[in-house]
Design a protein around this ligand. Structure first.
Ligand code: NAD
Length: 365
């Protein structure tokens, strides 16, 4: 029996609705095994701006610091779009959180059940059994964090530059996580880079090769150039099992993966920090891949599965509860494949609401 201490940041739009369902599922799953949940709810994003004038209020940051993990909804919406870019909810809340907790690894499962292949833009014959892959993206290095400048050249032309930079320790820590993730699955890992052009990619490939072959000899490692990977992902996604890549390539490939997996309402993610939390596991922030869906917010229409699956990832990575996480994941699968569907994944079935979807997951636990 364990106690799970986490901060809940529902955010805006559909965030609070889907978060409610995720918390109910977590409670039902944990109650059944005698575990307890200890959490407080904090404002973030537009909700933070409205109440405290800041997308990431001090009280929210303090609450996160006192917790072992963060369960995050999503932030933003038309109400705050007039604000300057620096104060926009996404930029002013998520980026500082990533920075404050040194969230260096983004894990996004690309999961599409065989019963939901209609949700994918790919032809059914390419994915007869659905999709089941994992994208691991380095999140705090590379071109987004290197030196940036815009300068006027002596001849009057203007030049801008962004610097892509990687150190071996930054590559090793994500390679380690990727290799361990691969070992829990098929043992196959694909590292994606642009080593035919970029110095950072040459170092990336060399470091990943040396580190994985020395520390995880049982992992079958291969390498692929990012342009080819983008094509292969659309052609035959299941040739990958776990793939690992640097920040910008991962940004683009993970969005490509999201679209081939169908509805945003089903896709969860984890961003892990370097530090251990109070339970001896990784501190992490867990959130759905989608945004606040203003078009359906407040109407009991949103699919809560991505938030529920994000909560399952929290149990797995921040609390070391693999079996409990799998139980929740199976319950989501059983509910959806059993025909309980929100509108985004209905495909001819009569859609249910957010609350009914959450309830169906609980009944399938
Ligand atoms: P979005 O992901 O919110 O919505 C895109 C489409 O997907 C919409 O049609 C929406 O209804 C649908 N959708 C998304 N999640 C769904 C769910 N759980 N169930 C059913 N349908 C779902 O993207 P957007 O419309 O470009 O952005 C809306 C707002 O969300 C913006 O303010 C944007 O900045 C913000 N946003 C926040 C995050 C985040 O907090 N991490 C991520 C993306 C976008």
């Amino acid at each position: 029996m364990a106690n799970f201490k986490f901060a809940v940041l529902p955010g805006d739009g559909i965030g609070p609705e889907v978060m409610d369902e995720a918390l109910k599922v977590l409670k039902a799953a944990c109650d059944a095994e005698g575990h307890t949940l200890e959490y407080s709810v904090y404002e973030v994003g537009g909700a933070g701006i409205d109440k405290f004038g800041k997308a990431l209020p001090e009280s929210t940051l303090e609450g996160c610091r006192a917790a072992d993990a963060i369960l995050f909804g999503s932030v933003g919406g038309p109400k705050w779009e007039h604000l300057p870019p620096k104060e926009q909810p996404e930029r002013a809340a998520l980026l500082p959180l990533r920075k404050a907790f040194k969230l260096f690894a983004n894990i996004r499962p690309g999961l599409l059940y065989a019963d939901l292949t209609d949700a994918s833009p790919l032809k059914k014959e390419r994915i007869p059994n659905g999709i089941d892959i994992v994208c691991m993206r380095e999140l705090t290095g590379g071109i987004y964090f290197g030196e940036k400048k815009t300068e006027t050249l002596p001849d009057g032309r203007i030049q801008a530059s962004d610097t892509m930079c990687y150190r071996t320790d930054e590559i090793i820590r994500i390679a380690d996580l990727a290799a361990r993730t691969a070992m829990k699955r098929s043992g196959k890992l694909c590292s994606i880079d642009k080593a035919n052009v970029l110095e950072t990619s040459v170092l990336w490939r060399k470091t990943v090769t040396e580190y994985v072959s020395k520390n995880y000899p049982q992992v079958e490692l291969r390498h692929m150039y990012v342009d080819n990977a983008a094509m292969q992902l659309a052609r035959d996604p299941n040739q990958f099992d776990v793939f690992v890549t640097e920040n910008m390539f991962g940004d683009i490939l993970s969005d490509e993966m999201a679209v081939i997996c169908g509805s945003l309402g089903m896709l969860c993610s984890a961003s892990l920090g370097e530090a251990e939390n109070g339970c001896g596991h990784k501190f992490g922030l867990y959130e759905p891949a989608g945004g606040t869906a203003p078009d359906i917010a407040g109407k009991n229409l949103a699919n809560p599965c991505a938030q529920i699956l994000s909560a399952a990832m929290m149990l797995r990575y921040s609390f070391g509860q693999d079996a409990l996480a799998s139980r929740i994941e199976s319950a989501v699968k059983k509910a959806v494949c059993g025909g309980v569907r929100t509108a985004d994944i209905a495909f001819g079935k009569t859609p249910v609401g957010t609350k009914q979807m959450g309830q169906a997951v609980i009944e399938n636990l």
